[in-house]
Design a protein around this ligand. Sequence first.
Ligand SMILES: O=P(O)(O)OC[C@@H](O)[C@@H](O)c1c[nH]c2ccccc12
Length: 262
Amino acid sequence: MNILDKIIAQKRIEVEERKAKASVTELKQQPLYARATLSLKEFLLDDTKTGIIAEFKRQSPSKGVINGKADVVEVTSAYTNNGASCLSVLTDEQFFGGSTADLIKARINNIPILRKDFIVDEYQIEEAKAMGADVILLIAACLTREEVKRLAAYAKQLGLEVLLELHDDEELQHICNETEIVGINNRNLKTFEVDIERSLRMAKQIPDTKIKVAESGISSVENIQLFKANGFRGFLIGENFMKEENPGKAFAAFVQQLKEKK
Ligand SMILES: O=P(O)(O)OC[C@@H](O)[C@@H](O)c1c[nH]c2ccccc12
């Protein structure tokens, strides 16, 4: 079993446990559920913004602990105040050390928030809405094309947007009318191998009508310029900031460099 299979098997158990604890009716009563969502699409198409989706990630299966001390409010506020277009907050507990509480805390910021988790069930989309997320991630590597269509339509009907994540050429067929924002993960979730060139190669096969996001392994302003030149509007970056003692400060310095090199 590769790591992605392991995570998904665990996720299905976890979802059943969570369903037993809170019904959808209860989720709908949570204070943030009724909140009007923000549009990631709009933020990514705004040329005055950086396009960076800045991630709060404490740990990962590939790197172990990345930052054991960072405070979610401090870091996500610094990301927001220094020009992030969106926040990505890990909510998976077991493999990434995230939580629902982290996302709820990050919600003090008024920019779109991506719930970063492994979504396999409509219930998790209801949870995402209840915790104040604006966008959910759907990972093609662990869903069929039909599941992507079904879950994306469900999210849309709740007012949430979808970031569809691809990694392999075969997954290109998962792109559908329901998914307007398409991410290409430079990291293979089964082997952890990172290849920046992958987004560039695969991007050529994605229809121009989709908004493209480059994900993972981005560590320089030059990377971003290259992605931009290849039609990308969004850049999902986690570790490059989270590995620093002060991720917010590292983010601010990165954005400063990006402005200077424009
Ligand atoms: O930390 P990085 O290399 O900048 O990568 C961020 C993000 O792309 C990565 O965390 C990610 C991409 N897809 C995922 C799916 C699940 C969990 C995490 C991820």
